[in-house]
Design a protein around this ligand. Sequence first.
Ligand SMILES: Cc1cc2nc3c(=O)[nH]c(=O)nc-3n(C[C@H](O)[C@H](O)[C@H](O)COP(=O)(O)O)c2cc1C
Length: 121
Amino acid sequence: MPIFEEGARRGMGKMENVEKQARMASQFIDTIPSEAWLNRHVMIAFTTMMLVAEAYGLDTAPMEGFYPEAVKREFGLPSNAAVIALLALGFMKEPDKPYGGRLALEEFVFEENYSTPWKQG
Ligand SMILES: Cc1cc2nc3c(=O)[nH]c(=O)nc-3n(C[C@H](O)[C@H](O)[C@H](O)COP(=O)(O)O)c2cc1C
């Protein structure tokens, strides 16, 4: 609700429609498995944090191997919180581990449809 109110204050929609907007958004979200929805949205923020941190010269390390209950205890999170991933930010202690490589973009990027691999250049 507060985010729709913020939108209305900024001229995106009207304050009298906020309740309806929130209800419609919530109905839509209810059609998506909550774990998938949470992961998608958290990972957008997460990836953006990684890019910005790296642009400022920091190093980052995403982690999904942790005990959620222990993380919640350590950081005082409410019991109903879901911990999606952790992101370590800091300055890397040399030496870095060897670069493990990445698949060629042509292997997982496609033009218009799945049968046309994207070609660089
Ligand atoms: C979503 C995600 C979760 C990860 N979780 C862990 C983890 O729990 N423990 C770990 O050692 N590496 C984990 N990794 C891998 C490293 O954080 C890192 O991405 C990997 O070492 C490759 O480093 P590079 O991206 O600099 O090549 C994870 C990577 C991703 C993308």
